[in-house]
Design a protein around this ligand. Structure first.
Ligand code: RTP
Ligand code: MG
Length: 143
């Protein structure tokens, strides 16, 4: 068993749809345990820092504008192969390519407003979790 952590964001469009609970239910049904969570209104600086790898790309300004357009829920999820399992539940980045039953198929409005974020590796997960949570805000799940 490889228990991992991954980092998740419920983006402003999905929060606006009152879908937080429905999305949390998908995580929990898939065996992903929430070990840290909070609602945040991102500042421009926070959003630019989080998406620094995309700086200079044509969609960067639109992405930062969207991510600061309303509150987001940020959470750390723990479980077996959490990174891969979480990305499976999310579906493809572009909702036109997302399989039926995935979060993006159900809650995305466009490629930019694609409802959720998930880390793409355990290395990204560690960096992204640390970007939003201190060690004392993370609650390891023993059962
Ligand atoms: P995420 O990081 O949000 O989980 O999404 P991802 O790995 O599937 O996609 P990534 O390539 O990291 O892109 C980050 C976010 O930028 C927006 N995006 N817009 N061409 C476009 O307009 C475009 N491409 C990407 C999406 O919101 C994507 O999730
Ligand atoms: Mg990404």
């Amino acid at each position: 068993m490889t228990i991992e952590r991954t980092f998740s964001i419920i983006k402003p469009n999905a929060v606006a749809k009152n879908a937080i609970g429905a999305i949390y239910a998908r995580f929990e049904t898939a065996g992903l345990k929430i070990v840290a969570a909070k609602m945040v209104q991102l500042t421009r600086e926070q959003a630019e820092g989080f998406y620094a790898e995309h700086l200079g790309k044509p969609f960067f300004d639109g992405l930062v504008g969207f991510m600061t357009s309303g509150p987001v829920m940020v959470q750390a999820l723990e479980g077996e192969e959490a990174v891969r399992r979480h990305r499976e539940i999310m579906g493809a980045t572009n909702p036109d390519n997302a399989l039926a039953g995935t979060l993006r198929a159900d809650y995305a409005d466009s490629l930019t407003e694609n409802a959720v974020h998930g880390s793409d590796s355990t290395e990204s997960a560690a960096r992204e979790i640390a970007y939003f949570f201190t060690e004392s805000e993370i609650c390891p799940r023993t059962r």
